[in-house]
Design a protein around this ligand. Structure first.
Ligand SMILES: Nc1ncnc2c1ncn2[C@@H]1O[C@H](COP(=O)(O)OP(=O)(O)OP(=O)(O)O)[C@@H](O)[C@H]1O
Ligand SMILES: [Mg+2]
Length: 246
């Protein structure tokens, strides 16, 4: 049975989709079977990040409205063993019922080691996803006061839902970003969100470029090593954080 990991943030643009892809690629390269289920209804982007934009025929919306079977909507990502993707519905539809999404995830759990749920920004679907079906929630924040406060809100709401297995990913970390936000060190971010740190992802223009081209960075790059470390830590290995000196 898969471990279901919901990737959340209060604020939009914190890097949920980028982290979902980086983590899924790391798990796949470690030999795990993993699927990214994209829940950003009407605003899909993971297809572009995975270079699968022209291959999506059916999406989660089709599964929910019974236009296709679950397996029809699962896309295997070329160049990887064991990396699958189910796209978010391209359009918002009135017959999209979250209960059907839960059924879908329950079915996916049987076939994978990890189901990575890329949730939309805000406090609706992300909180539902965490409390109803996740084993682990990752709260993604950048070193930005608004993003940190919104991440803290997510942490509070999932605590209130009696869900305690959540961790923090600080994304887009650079000296310049910290300076601009008047954040002294990563402890300010950790204390601000109130979640235990799992990983620190640097600001990386090359990674951003790769994702626009649907390519994944080389395994030797710092960003790949960061995602391998996060994946290994999720599996309980003691792997130090890969953090460049700030
Ligand atoms: N570590 C990083 N270094 C450089 N750019 C990044 C990094 N992480 C994310 N980005 C860029 O930031 C932008 C937003 O990232 P992404 O789409 O992953 O955020 P999101 O939280 O999923 O957004 P949304 O709330 O809209 O779903 C993208 O252009 C992405 O390439
Ligand atoms: Mg996203």
């Amino acid at each position: 049975m898969a471990t279901v990991i919901s990737i959340t943030s209060g604020k939009g643009g914190a890097g949920k989709s980028s982290v979902s892809v980086g983590l899924a690629v790391a798990f796949a390269k470690m030999g795990r079977k993993v699927i990214i289920l994209e829940l950003d209804i009407g605003l899909r982007c993971v297809d572009i990040m995975l270079g699968a934009e022209n291959q999506v025929v059916y999406d989660l919306g089709d599964v929910v409205s019974e236009n296709c079977t679950l397996s029809d909507a699962i896309l295997s990502i070329e160049g990887f063993n064991g990396l699958d993707y189910m796209a978010a519905p391209a359009n918002i539809s009135s017959d999209f019922h979250f209960d059907r999404v839960l059924d879908c995830i329950r079915s996916l759990k049987r076939s994978y080691d990890y189901v990575i749920v890329d949730t939309p920004a805000g406090l609706g679907i992300s909180i539902l996803s965490v409390k109803n079906l996740s084993d682990l929630a990752l709260i993604v924040t950048t070193p930005d006061p608004v993003c940190i406060r919104d991440g803290a809100k997510v942490a509070t709401l999932i605590e209130q839902a009696d869900f305690h297995n959540y961790r923090l990913i600080i994304n887009r970390v650079s000296k310049a970003a910290m300076r601009k936000s008047a954040i002294h060190d990563l402890d300010d971010v950790i204390d601000g969100v109130g979640a235990q740190l799992l990983g620190v992802v640097p600001e990386d223009a090359e990674y951003q470029y790769c994702l626009t081209q649907g390519k994944q960075p080389d395994e030797k790059t710092v960003i790949s090593r960061v995602f391998f470390a996060i994946a290994a830590r999720i599996e309980g290995s003691y792997v130090p954080l890969v953090v460049e000196k700030l």
